[in-house]
Design a protein around this ligand. Structure first.
Ligand code: SAM
Ligand code: SF4
Length: 329
């Protein structure tokens, strides 16, 4: 088991499949993009599957979420999903995506074994989308979400980040859209993980503000905290339910005490936290012919070093060198 020195056990592995992306969301990347990782540094499908198999069969990982960068840009993605679905005990398989290309891939991914999907959608206005993501792709994202629901990946979860002065006036409109379509909306507080280090605490839209904006139009009843477990979202019943809205208040109401996650980057580095300032290199020993036991020891040493919290609210907080897109959100 991957248990840290504070007694938390990691069972949920987030896997970044690529750091590349076809959008340029301003809370994530600069307009010009980033220097992508060179291909030889990326884990091959076989290397990745070996590490995931180890995680599932020897380290107690029960849930694998593929992310990025944009995971749909990874070639052979359905093949990777299929190989993970064949592992025993079979892990739950989820994905976080911007939805571009999902209209074609939702069916094949579901057939390969994908169980759940989160699609990021910050606005339903085409002009706001261009402002925020710097690409005119709203129609593709909406088609992707609809295809995911049609392929049986329902209920589709929708992730939204609000940016002050850009889409913070659209929270209620986004919820209305998701309720109409049967999508489960979750707002995520903006975190200091953008490559250009543009995050400012006094500019971020807080959970409190999001709740206030939604409450002007909807009746929100808090869900049962007891049932929340390690889920990052606080959920609220909307207008008496059954539909809900979630708020992931990573900054103003951190949930590190119940964290059950660990992360693997596309270049084979293991991270015990989004905000970790160190990584355990799995790729070098893997390529040097390490045994399973040697690789397991790397996972153990990574989890043992996990800190109690992300420290965003500490005066000495330092943003990690790797941006969100290269860690895997
Ligand atoms: N490209 C995919 C997508 O956008 O869903 C997967 C990777 S993206 C890094 C994963 C999630 O992180 C998305 O829901 C995105 O909105 C969120 N995200 C990115 N940068 C963020 C930030 N600075 N603060 C909070 N959430 C962020
Ligand atoms: Fe790409 Fe996702 Fe980052 Fe947006 S949040 S730029 S879609 S990786």
């Amino acid at each position: 088991m991957l248990t840290d020195s504070y007694g938390r056990t990691a069972t949920d592995l987030r896997v970044s499949l690529t750091d590349r992306c076809n959008l340029r969301c301003s809370y994530c990347m600069p307009a010009e993009g980033l220097d992508w990782l060179p291909k030889p540094e990326l884990l091959t499908d076989d290397e990745l599957v070996r590490l995931l198999d180890l995680a599932v069969t020897q380290l107690g990982i029960t849930e694998i979420r593929f992310t990025g960068g944009e995971p749909l840009l990874r070639r052979g993605l359905p093949g990777i999903v299929e190989r993970v679905a064949a592992m025993r005990p079979r892990p739950g398989i989820a994905m976080t995506t911007n939805g571009i290309g999902l209209d074609r891939l939702a069916g094949p991914l579901q057939a390969a074994g994908l169980d759940r999907i989160n699609v990021s959608l910050d606005t339903v206005s085409a002009s706001t989308f261009v402002k925020l993501a710097r690409r005119d792709r709203l129609a593709d994202v909406l088609a992707g979400i609809a295809a995911a629901a049609a392929a049986g990946l329902a209920p589709v979860k929708v992730n939204a980040v609000l940016m002050r002065g850009v889409n913070d006036h659209e929270a209620a409109e986004l919820l209305r859209f998701c309720l109409e379509h049967g999508y489960q909306l979750r707002f995520i507080e903006q975190m200091p993980l953008d490559a250009q280090h543009g995050w400012r605490r006094d500019e971020m839209v807080t959970a409190e503000e999001i709740l206030a904006a939604l409450s002007a139009e909807f009746v929100l009843d808090p869900g049962d905290e007891e049932l929340r477990g390690s889920a990052p979202a606080e959920t609220f019943l909307v207008n008496g339910g059954p539909q809900t809205v979630g708020i992931i208040a990573s900054v103003t109401r951190p949930f590190c005490g119940s964290c059950d996650r660990i992360r693997l980057t596309a270049d084979g580095q293991l991270r015990n936290c989004l905000f970790a300032r160190s990584e355990n290199d799995l790729r070098t020993p893997l390529r040097a012919g390490a045994s399973d036991a040697e690789l397991v020891a790397q996972w153990q040493s990574c989890i043992e070093a996990k800190l109690p919290g992300h420290g965003i609210n500490d005066p000495g907080f330092l943003q990690p060198a790797r941006p969100m897109s290269a860690i895997g959100g």
